[in-house]
Design a protein around this ligand. Structure first.
Ligand SMILES: [Zn+2]
Ligand SMILES: [Zn+2]
Length: 133
């Protein structure tokens, strides 16, 4: 029993390392569906979901919803587990579906009697690759 649990921990550590490397090596956002199909040999869906949730809590990645209603994740730059700074917009290309984090920040209006926890702005259009073709 104990041995089985230890094996699961080793597997999870290895899986989180694989996922962290993927995010380190790209500026792009990745959808959960993409990640699940890319790593279906190495880990199951539940493991991927659980690791992504953990990495988000740690401030390593942030998540948002894309055009298709899918959940996307991208690497955070200045976040940690205490402070998530996600107030940047994302851009999704309608032709190739790719999403980038934009470095421009958006200003969140002060709302009377309401507390804003996060903002989600998705700009939709055509990316550089798709407009030049
Ligand atoms: Zn495109
Ligand atoms: Zn982002």
């Amino acid at each position: 029993m104990r041995k089985l649990a230890q094996m699961a921990i080793v597997r999870n550590t290895k899986s989180s390392r694989i996922l962290m490397d993927v995010f380190k090596n790209t500026q792009r956002a990745l959808s959960v569906v993409d990640l699940v199909s890319r790593f279906k040999e190495e880990m199951n869906k539940t493991t991927i979901y659980r690791i992504l949730e953990k990495l988000e809590k740690q401030g390593f990645v942030h998540s948002f919803t894309g055009l298709d209603g899918l959940k996307w994740y991208a690497k955070c730059h200045d976040c940690d587990s205490h402070k998530h700074i996600d107030a940047h917009p994302h851009f999704q290309c309608q032709s190739c579906q790719k999403i980038d984090c934009l470095s421009e920040s958006i200003s969140i209006p002060k709302l009377e009697g309401r507390k804003v926890d996060f903002a989600q702005v998705l700009l939709v259009g055509k990316c550089g690759d798709c407009t030049s073709n």
